[in-house]
Design a protein around this ligand. Sequence first.
Ligand code: UDP
Ligand code: MG
Length: 318
Amino acid sequence: MAKKRISIVVPMYNEQDSLTILYQELNRVTEKLDGYEFEYLFVNDGSSDGTLAKIKSLAERDTRVRYVSFSRNFGKEAALYAGLGTATGDYVATMDADLQDPPALLPKMIEMLEEGCCDNVATRRVNRRGEPPIRSFFARCFYKLMRHLTQIDIADGARDFRLMRREMVDSILAVEEYNRFSKGIFAWVGYETRWLEFENVERAAGETKWSFWKLVRYSMDGIINFSDMPIRISSYLGLLLTVLSFVAIVVEVIRALVFGDPVAGWPSLVCIITFIGGIQLFCMGIMGQYIAKTYMEVKHRPHYIIKESNCENIKRNH
Ligand code: UDP
Ligand code: MG
């Protein structure tokens, strides 16, 4: 029987220091799994350091190393999409380059898929040790909000570290939207998921690519991509204010008829006008967010552009 093929997809943006450690660690793990054939699929997401050169030199020595390299930085989501689209394995794993997703979990994940218990094994960290507390706090709030606003359930601490069957990978590739929020898409495609838990690991080398504001943006994108709740809230708010102002008008008219109309209350008027103005702008902003997303979708721009690769099956502009 032919050996099962396992692809390990790793998005990389300025990871020259992590790459060597990751490669060694992957070798250490895969060496013991001799019933399988591996491919390491490194996606260079427009790094400005020596990442690409290092990948190429690994690829020269090791035929398992395949790579695609973007023409610029397109973001982790695009890199994951490109990696999944190029992977040829029966099982496909996605993981970060910085060893925060311990490759040592792979044998366990493979075993779980082989037992046939599920279609994909996902991982989550049970704590966030070593992370700035403020970041953990907002991350927790985000997952809570996400669970309330959308139908999909994303576990707190869920990583983009997974091992999936080919069917699931093909389903993910069929979700061709431009604004990609992988954690949501993994949940949206369904299939049976088993969770593997592990303790947080700190970055092996280099530094995080996520600033606080980048994370805020990422969370807002996640919510907007998977929920129409914000836009519904804005219309409820509009309705509520309409009702309130109608009641206020009736009260004012009666008061004027009964007590006369002494001119007063311009400060309260100003307050009300600014309040309503604020709410209107806020709601328009929400609408604007959705329109902006729609605009990007209808343009049908490619998700990424591949400049170089040693794989034959690439879609260069996709
Ligand atoms: N990454 C990427 N493109 C980007 C930013 C990040 O491919 O624009 C990769 C990065 O190289 C790493 C993974 O995404 O393999 C996760 O990034 P990072 O470790 O910086 O995120 P954190 O673990 O701090 O959330
Ligand atoms: Mg990391």
